[in-house]
Design a protein around this ligand. Structure first.
Ligand SMILES: [Fe+2]
Ligand SMILES: [Fe+2]
Length: 359
């Protein structure tokens, strides 16, 4: 039987229910889509690949992976520096919401496609299984710090953003692949620097990220099964747009929580750049066009967006009248959009031309 979220979420958490972080442009969203379009997707172009992925998902390699072993129960994290703890809890929360958002979308897709598109319905069902485990495991980690999220309540109170199916395919693909790189880069780093491993959840990241990698591969097949998502000029513009949105969000959030990454011994900027470079490179297997992240303008402009974002936050938290806040934030917001536009207009890399040579 497949796990549902109820089975993996602690029923008796002796902790305070945490009020979710304020929703901003950067917080992970909950999505809904055109389920009718999903049911009518023709998969013939990638049927072999999707069936192979389905067989792989049924094997459920991580069935026994998300178990809280001794280390979770015997460890103590009271000694952690307050800033580190705060940054870590925010990291857990953001990751939990993001995993849970995937769970809700996949579960709904699976339900709506039942009997109409059986391959996809089962694939989404199995992906929802994985995301439920991930979200539940993160929520239990939060409970170690006497906090947990009431995911049932969040499901009802959070706003759902409607995305056309095409946008869902681009963005979920990217969030799975960027998720894979985030997890594996942290895992590899901590393997080399075990003294920095301050909480056992990081040890779970190696197998965990394989789930995300498989989900990403399923979305590669889905994307490639729809020629209009990769062989039109519009698809080239959308690909670059979603890559840039995901990378900008990543840069801004990583720098907002730089102290957390530094507590792991990671330099926030280097970590951010590596995640972006790897994700961009991987995307060449699915997207028709990717970004030139090695352009001398690319990263400095992103970094300037991040600095401006921190300044906007600082003004937002200051004690000045709202209108003064707004007027001092406005040029910074305009600056961010200006830089993002300039990055968007940089000469892209034609991934279709690279196809067959990218590994
Ligand atoms: Fe996940
Ligand atoms: Fe995933």
């Amino acid at each position: 039987m497949v796990n549902t979220l109820d089975q993996v979420t602690p029923t008796q958490v002796e902790s305070t229910t945490k009020a979710p972080i304020q929703e901003t442009l950067l917080t992970p969203r909950f999505y809904t889509t055109d389920f009718e379009a999903a049911a009518n997707l023709s998969l013939t172009e990638q049927e072999i690949e999707l069936n192979a992925m389905l067989t792989e998902m049924r094997k459920d390699y991580n069935r026994h992976h998300f178990v809280r072993d001794e280390e979770f129960n015997t460890g103590s994290w009271d000694h952690l520096d307050e800033t580190v703890k705060k940054g870590f809890i925010e990291y857990l929360e953001r990751s939990c919401i993001s995993e849970f958002s995937g769970f809700l979308l996949f579960k709904e897709l699976s339900r709506k496609l039942r009997g109409r598109n059986p391959i996809l319905s089962e694939i989404f069902h199995l992906m929802a299984r994985d995301e439920a485990r991930h979200a539940g495991f993160l929520n239990k980690a939060m409970a170690d710090f006497n906090l947990s999220l009431d995911l049932g309540r969040i499901t009802k109170t959070r706003t759902y953003t409607f995305f056309p199916l095409e946008w869902v395919i681009y963005t979920v693909y990217l969030s799975e692949k960027i998720g894979y790189w985030r997890y594996i880069i942290i895992f590899n780093h901590l393997e080399k620097h075990p003294e920095k491993l301050f909480y056992p959840i990081f040890k779970k990241f190696e197998n965990w990220c394989q789930d995300e990698n498989r989900h990403g591969d399923i979305f590669t097949a889905l994307l490639r099964s729809q020629p209009k998502l990769w062989n039109t000029w519009q698809s080239r513009l959308w690909s670059r747009f979603f890559l840039l949105s995901v990378f900008a969000t990543h840069t801004l959030t990583v720098h907002e929580r730089a102290s957390f990454y530094e507590s792991l011994g990671l330099n926030a900027t280097e970590f951010d750049q590596e995640v972006i470079r790897k994700t961009n490179q991987t995307s060449a297997r699915a997207f028709p066009s990717i970004l030139d992240v090695d352009s001398p303008e690319f990263y400095p402009r992103l970094q300037r967006c991040s600095k401006r974002n921190l300044k906007i936050k600082e003004i937002g938290e200051s004690n000045v009248p709202k209108i003064v806040k707004f007027l001092s934030q406005l040029p910074l917001i305009a600056g961010i959009f200006g830089d993002l536009l300039r990055i968007y207009l940089l000469k892209p890399i034609d991934a279709e031309a690279l196809r067959g040579t990218v590994h």
